[in-house]
Design a protein around this ligand. Structure first.
Ligand SMILES: [Zn+2]
Length: 200
């Protein structure tokens, strides 16, 4: 979702909360005490009450927002920042954008969103045509490798190895799924393969 569309769809706390509630109800609410699935909504308390045993479940209970005191629109803003843009944002920047006083709850919120995104990625199985190759990524070596690299540089007149196997890079196995699509796509992009998810 583009940033502009985001603010049209979610302009305030009420719109975020209403969306959250409707998404939650699509999944269904199960009573923790008796397992019953039919509930009343108590709007004054933001709670569901089991029609069978009267046990109450809060709107946030059992979700990513469980136990959070932050407003819904913070969470929606955080999710948009992490998924709707190609850049990555620091917790400090999100805190600044939201104008929130404390850093720690914002950091924690983003951490939970990232964790949930990672978990969802883990559960994703690549399909269609899957291609496998190695990629090279520039990395910052950890302590152990720093010592090894320093030694190697000394033995090689301070020069890094070139190309594959260079100390500046780490080899990463990359798997990508792709689909063969219609010819007009090829005309536009020079290939008739469209890449989907990637695992590294
Ligand atoms: Zn119940």
């Amino acid at each position: 979702m583009k940033i502009r569309d985001f603010f049209t769809k979610f302009p305030d706390e009420a719109s975020c909360k209403a969306h959250f509630k409707s998404e939650r109800e699509k999944q269904g609410i199960v009573c923790k005490r008796c397992g019953h699935e039919k509930h009343y909504w108590i709007s004054t308390r933001d709670q569901y009450q089991c029609k069978e045993c009267k046990y109450r479940t809060t709107l946030k209970s059992g979700t990513l927002l469980h136990g959070s005191q932050l407003p819904y629109h913070y969470w929606y803003f955080g999710m948009m920042m992490l998924t709707g843009t190609k850049k990555s944002f620091s917790a400090l920047e999100v805190q600044r954008q939201l104008g929130h006083r404390y850093y720690e709850p914002i950091w924690y919120m983003l951490h939970k969103i990232r964790y949930a995104m990672g978990k969802r990625d883990d559960g994703y199985k690549l399909c269609d045509e899957v291609e496998l190759d190695e990629g090279f990524f520039e990395t910052v070596p950890d302590k152990e490798n720093r010592d090894r690299i320093a030694k190697e540089l000394k033995e090689n007149d301070g020069k890094y190895k070139r190309g594959k196997g260079s100390q500046k890079q780490t080899t990463v196995l990359v798997m990508a799924e792709s689909k063969t699509v219609e010819a007009s796509y090829k005309y536009r992009y020079g290939t008739n393969k469209k890449v989907g998810h990637i695992k590294m």
